[in-house]
Design a protein around this ligand. Structure first.
Ligand code: SAM
Length: 242
């Protein structure tokens, strides 16, 4: 093979998109994501990937979903919630402190934790800040009325995601629920975002993972009024099967 041919072949390989399933198994899936977020400005626009304009619509949709949960038979109480993958505290500040007496935050990016401390310093409702990846987070037993997990699950591989949900179950109080709000791939396939090292899963896969973790879906609602061209976003309310 001529040298020129070799170079062309290497370029081709680099341009080939990686298999999303294989990419998730690589430890770099986690370290690349952590490195990406460390460089993102600690702003609403930063944590929403340039889509600051959807923040208020997102909060309105979540507010309505949360009120629906409180209207259920045997609703969770409003004592304590945890915001998982909390970023700079956008959801805590605009939603959770309005409904709960205490809010804990879990976020692995140090600069985001610092910013959320600043953003939330006037609130008396903030409990603990955990600077930790969700793959390493285990809640105290019987501790949370709601676990809120939004726009972060694409950073966990399938195995870690199932294990994370399994660890959350003993952390729920009686009537406690998990809320998941996530992007869903519309292609029926797992889609890899090489820029932030995350995946978007099809709804069918997410439902399978909930089921394998021992969770049942008691609400499944589409987020409306987002601009066209974005992933479909759904809100799920999950309860332990037993
Ligand atoms: C798209 S932002 C969403 C932030 C927040 N949930 C919101 O909606 O405003 C994703 C967040 O997940 C965090 N993150 C990424 N991987 C994580 C992991 N393994 N464990 C915990 N947080 C993670 C990032 O640092 C970032 O703050």
């Amino acid at each position: 093979m001529e040298k020129g041919d070799e170079i062309i072949e290497n370029v081709d390989n680099e341009n080939k998109s990686r298999d999303p399933i294989e990419a998730q198994k690589d430890p770099a899936f986690y370290t690349d994501a952590a490195a990406y977020w460390e460089k993102v400005p600690p702003t609403v626009n930063g944590v929403l990937g340039g889509f600051e304009k959807i923040s208020s619509t997102d909060i309105v949709g979540s507010d309505s979903f949360l009120r629906g949960i409180f209207r259920m038979k045997n609703p969770p109480s409003r004592e304590r919630v945890v915001d998982c993958g909390a970023g700079i505290g956008r959801i805590t500040k605009n939603l959770l402190v309005r409904y709960f007496n205490k809010v804990d935050l879990v976020e692995q990016c140090r600069q985001f934790i610092e910013k959320s401390r600043e953003n939330l310093r006037s609130s008396s409702k903030i409990g603990n800040y955990y600077c930790l990846g969700l793959q390493d987070f285990t809640p105290n037993s019987n501790f949370y009325d709601i676990v809120w997990v939004q726009w972060v699950l694409g950073h966990l591989n399938d195995e870690d995601l199932e294990a994370f949900f399994k660890r959350l179950i003993p952390g729920l109080k009686p009537n406690g629920v998990i809320v998941v709000k996530e992007n869903l791939s519309g292609s029926g396939e797992v889609e890899l975002d090489e820029e932030d090292s995350s995946v978007a899963r099809p709804e069918s896969l997410l439902l399978k993972i909930f089921d394998r973790a021992g969770l049942k879906v008691i609400k499944n609602v589409l987020q409306r009024n987002f601009p066209k061209g974005l992933y479909e976003v759904r809100m799920f309310c999950l309860k332990p099967k037993t």
